[in-house]
Design a protein around this ligand. Structure first.
Ligand SMILES: [Zn+2]
Length: 292
């Protein structure tokens, strides 16, 4: 994604991994292939690899710079985590290099926000130092939704997997280091950042609103994983915590931004990533990349 500007704020993408990923029916349990195929002509060509029959899925972090702060939203899978396939992406240097190429150092990050506490949104929260997981960004406050944190803490305590090592290695060390801000739905930062609760994919998943000079962008985390979910909002993804609630949140969110100039930043959408939502009748939406 090319840098976008919202009033006084710039937003860049730092990519960990991109390319073809999973067959549609493997990722959306209620997907009907004929319906998917029928929607293809109305979707942007970048979102699907027809030759392979696979979704195009990116893993990325958004770097939000206000006049006074550097904020990272979602932190991919990270390095040295020992994740099993398919999350054992090779070549983690790309993420680091792209971050540093923006002039952002680990020390210069003021806030890290995780839309939810899953394996591919918390990875770079921590790095391995002398056998211990420590915060990657030594001067940052990490913003987690307190309800989200509480659920995964309870799951972790009863030995559930997921979240498995995700809570232990990516989240708990942040709290233990005193760098976590556990916040509620009404959290605000400098009148520029607010949250929109969109539960379903995870217990307290939140989208992150970015406002400046009358303009708005929203990082939508995993509220949707693929543009097909604008065409068929009821197709919830396999990893969703509550598929029915996920669909409800998606419909409500898409209806709220359709036909507005709100820029949408979905974490897993391929380059050019940023786009606009329009309505297609009462039940469906279109996602159009903003290419200029
Ligand atoms: Zn994800």
């Amino acid at each position: 994604m090319r840098q976008i500007r919202i009033g006084d704020i710039t937003i860049d993408a730092v990519i960990e991994r991109e390319g073809p990923w999973r067959k549609p029916a493997h990722f959306f349990p209620t997907l009907d292939q004929a319906t998917f195929d029928a929607h293809l002509p109305s979707m942007e060509p970048e979102v699907y690899n027809k030759a392979l029959g696979m979704l195009m899925v990116t893993y990325q972090t958004f770097v939000v710079r206000t006049p006074s702060r550097t904020i990272l939203i979602d932190t991919c899978t990270g390095e040295d985590k020992g994740h099993p396939p398919p999350f054992d992406f090779p070549g983690k240097a790309r993420w680091r290099n792209e971050l540093f190429a923006l002039g952002v150092t680990f020390e210069s990050v003021d806030y890290v926000f995780c839309t939810h506490l899953h394996i591919d949104h918390t990875g770079w929260n921590t790095t391995l130092k002398d056998g211990r997981w420590v915060p990657t960004f030594p001067n940052a406050k990490y913003i987690f939704h307190k309800g989200e944190y509480a659920v995964w803490e309870a799951e972790h305590q009863r030995g559930a997997n997921p979240p498995g090592t995700v809570f232990r290695d990516n989240c708990l060390p942040i709290v233990e280091a005193g760098q976590a801000l556990l916040v509620d739905d009404d959290f605000q930062l400098d009148d520029m950042i607010t949250l929109t609760p969109t539960p379903g994919h995870s217990p307290c998943h939140c989208c992150v609103n970015i406002f400046s000079r009358g303009q708005r962008a929203v990082v939508t985390g995993d509220m949707m994983h693929h543009a097909i979910q604008c065409r068929e909002p009821d197709w919830s993804a396999k990893p969703d915590w509550d598929p029915v609630q996920s669909a409800k949140s998606r419909r409500a969110f898409l209806a709220s931004v359709a036909e507005t100039d709100t820029l949408i930043l979905p974490i897993h959408f391929p380059t050019p990533t940023v786009g606009l939502v329009t309505a297609d009748g009462d039940a469906r939406f279109n996602y159009t990349f903003k290419r200029d």
